[in-house]
Design a protein around this ligand. Structure first.
Ligand code: IPD
Length: 267
């Protein structure tokens, strides 16, 4: 597994550099997806093609699940889950928080049942490299990372995100309004992969979001687990597209209790 992990870390670093170069050259919207503000750039597609070609050249029997449409069933029972540029809107605006996120998962490529084995998140703008290998801990640029020590919710800096549908964003904002007086403050970084990496290295105390896609969370969730954090879904369910919360285990309990009356899973 170490060999596969090193392979994907190398590919993610090269892919992030490709994204950075394309950003420098100038970025145009190639298409809209679920709504007019849910954009894809030509660079998203090019980076995904680059990652898929490199992975399949080395691992022809593995499956692929990519944000921009790459989909290969595979026969090995292993699937590479790829977000070529997580934080595409940041990328479009040249806000330096966008990342290549790749995870290797075992089992059906579905977050409630898969077992993530390896994950890497590389910030294309800063070059920071977050990586985790199941059972082997989590690292930032080669140095071991841990989630922040437990703090009461009132002292917790909590990240969240919003979907692309305007109605859902309004309902998500109402959840934030209900929570913000009970925590230190809220951050909306704009890349779920970097939010999760930030929890893993203690830059955020916690993070929650409804409506993430499998590729937004695959690598980041493993980072949090390997850094000693807890991942929760809603009401005892595993973390999923429906709801994901990540934090130190003690804080995760407190945030879950604070969020319960706000019903963030229904927004
Ligand atoms: C989005 C980002 C954002 C989160 C959205 C995601 P994309 O992914 O991770 O932070 O709030 O839910 O869809 O579209 O930039 O790959």
């Amino acid at each position: 597994m170490r060999e596969l992990h090193d392979l994907v870390v190398g590919i993610a670093v090269e892919a992030a550099e490709l994204a950075r170069i394309r950003r420098h050259e100038g970025v145009d919207v190639a298409a809209s997806k679920s709504s007019l503000v849910d954009i894809v750039t030509e660079a998203d597609r090019e980076v995904e093609r680059f990652v898929v070609e490199r992975l399949l050249a080395a691992r022809p029997d593995d499956g692929i699940l990519g944000e921009e449409g790459a989909s290969v069933a595979g026969t090995s029972g292993l699937t590479w889950v790829i977000d070529p540029i997580d934080g595409t809107v940041n990328y479009f605006y040249d806000i330096p928080a966008y990342a290549v996120s790749i995870a290797l998962v075992e089992g059906e490529p579905e977050p409630t049942t898969w077992r993530a084995l390896s994950g890497v998140v590389v910030n294309g703008a800063t070059g920071e490299r977050f990586e985790a290998l199941r059972g082997g801990g989590a690292r930032l640029d080669g140095h071991e990372i841990r989630v922040a020590d437990a703090v009461p919710a009132s002292m917790a800096l909590v990240g969240t995100g919003f979907g692309y549908d305007a109605g859902r964003r309004e309902r998500q904002a109402a959840v934030v309004q209900g929570l913000i007086g009970s925590v230190r403050d809220i951050r909306r970084i704009g890349s779920a992969a970097l939010d999760l990496a930030s929890v893993a290295c203690g830059r955020l105390n916690g993070y929650f979001e409804r409506g993430l896609q499998p590729w937004d969370m695959a690598a980041g969730a493993l980072l949090v687990e390997e850094a000693g954090g807890a991942l929760r879904g809603w009401e005892g369910e595993p973390a999923s597209s429906a709801f994901l919360l990540a934090a130190h285990p003690t804080l995760a309990d407190e945030l879950t209790a604070l969020l319960a009356p706000l019903r963030p899973q229904d927004v």
